[in-house]
Design a protein around this ligand. Structure first.
Ligand SMILES: Nc1nc2c(c(=O)[nH]1)N[C@@H](CN(C=O)c1ccc(C(=O)N[C@@H](CCC(=O)O)C(=O)O)cc1)CN2
Ligand SMILES: NCC(=O)N[C@@H]1O[C@H](COP(=O)([O-])[O-])[C@@H](O)[C@H]1O
Length: 225
């Protein structure tokens, strides 16, 4: 009997890809019992592409405006929504073509509509996202900076923020948490320090979450042969 195929991971990024690199390294050394089959980016020339290419992982660049789903500077809200829905539907099919078992958003700075979420759910493919805040806090982009602003204003509860990996649902950053790590700010801590500590925590957390889900997928596959 041959070795069972490892769970197939599709990763979406928009930037430097330090969290992608943590996933690549952990798949290569076995801490994640899975394999990354595609890295998709929505921004040209980002370092995530280099990281994937260096690891021999296929890449895809797919951008809502550059690939004609929305005109640059479009102001009409209905046309913007239509463009997002068509882009998201097309993105889902591009990703599903690789037969992933898990989709990981690792710094993917695009809000996904049901045009993406529904096909993934129908295919039984979970989507997880790394977010640099605690559940229910600082939803959306710029979370670290917003938590720090509250800390400076003496409004950050218990001087504590953190990061989490959660399931992705339509409501941004409100899906069920999978793993959470708290970060307690030190007195007079600078924003640069918090950013560094948060990114370090993220690199461990995204590996922990992907490893957990890949192990569950493999176990389910083994017991339902
Ligand atoms: N349906 C969901 N989509 C996404 C989720 C989610 O939980 N549900 N998580 C985000 C990641 N994210 C925070 O973790 C996030 C990323 C980007 C934005 C945002 O405002 N994006 C803007 C465009 C910004 C840009 O292009 O620079 C947008 O999409 O209009 C909010 C939250 C990933 N998607
Ligand atoms: N709301 C989503 C969000 O803010 N995501 C954040 O983007 C960064 C990606 O870094 P990377 O490209 O070096 O992995 C990470 O800090 C991640 O939490």
């Amino acid at each position: 009997m041959g070795q069972p195929t490892k769970p197939r991971i599709s990763v979406l990024c928009s930037g430097s890809g330090t969290n992608l690199q943590a996933l690549i390294d952990a798949c290569q050394d076995g801490r994640i019992p899975g394999e990354i089959v595609k890295v998709s980016v929505n921004k040209a020339g980002v370092k995530s592409l280099e990281r994937a290419a260096k690891a021999g992982i296929p890449t895809d660049y797919f951008n809502m405006i550059k690939h004609g789903f929305r005109a640059a500077g479009e102001k009409d809200e209905q046309k913007k929504t239509e463009g997002r829905l068509k882009y998201d539907a097309a993105l889902a099919q591009r990703i599903l073509a690789d037969r992933p078992d898990l989709v990981v958003l690792a710094g993917f700075m695009h809000i996904l509509s049901t045009a993406f979420l529904d096909p993934m759910e129908q295919a039984g493919v979970p989507i997880i996202n790394l977010h640099p805040a605690l559940p229910g806090k600082y939803d959306g982009a710029g979370a670290i900076e917003r938590a720090y602003a509250d800390f400076e204003a003496g409004k950050l509860e218990n001087n504590t923020t953190g990061c989490m990996v959660h399931y992705v649902i339509a409501e941004v950053d409100r899906g069920a948490p999978i793993v959470i790590q708290e970060i307690v700010l030190q007195e007079n801590e600078r924003l640069e320090s918090l950013i560094e500590r948060t990114h370090d925590a993220e690199h461990g957390l995204i590996v922990k979450a992907a490893a957990k889900l890949c192990a569950e997928i493999a176990e389910k596959r083994a017991t339902h042969k």
